[in-house]
Write a protein that binds this ligand. Structure first.
Ligand SMILES: [Zn+2]
Length: 139
């Protein structure tokens, strides 16, 4: 498997939580949505599922969906877990990758993509632009 496929998407921590048998990946073991699910099970007399730690890298593609509630950059910021606000990255420009830094927007846009403000150095010039995930790579 390629390295980039194992990297968590924006807003998702490398170390998270899931319920046994659940299909959602949570950053937060105390996530409200997780608790609601557990309460609903309790209400209908079913056993609740144990919450267990899980690493994103150990999750097969498509096995778990990031929780809409706690797996978001905004959640990370609120909880002081934001991956350093400026992350190193590579930016595609003129068919080449340039070294820079990025700040992801707090949520996915209606086009389904993550966009970020990137700052990169190209031929001695600092350039700041807004780019989608297609033009950005981690480094
Ligand atoms: Zn959650």
């Amino acid at each position: 498997m390629r390295d980039e496929e194992r990297r968590p998407p924006p807003g998702v921590l490398e170390q998270g939580w899931r319920t046994k048998g659940g299909r959602t990946y949570h950053n937060d073991p105390g996530c409200e949505w997780l608790q609601k699910g557990q309460n609903r099970l309790r209400l209908i007399g079913k056993d609740t599922h144990e919450v267990v730690p899980v690493r994103w890298a150990d999750v097969g593609p498509g096995q778990l969906q990031p929780c809409d509630h706690c797996c978001a950059p905004a959640w990370l910021e609120r909880h002081g877990r934001a991956q350093v606000s400026e992350k190193p990255c590579l930016v595609m420009s003129d068919d080449r990758w340039w070294e820079g830094t990025l700040i992801w927007e707090s949520s996915r846009r209606p086009d389904g993509l993550w966009w970020a403000t990137v700052t990169y150095r190209k031929q001695g010039q600092m350039i700041t632009e807004v780019r989608s995930q297609h033009d950005i790579r981690a480094r």
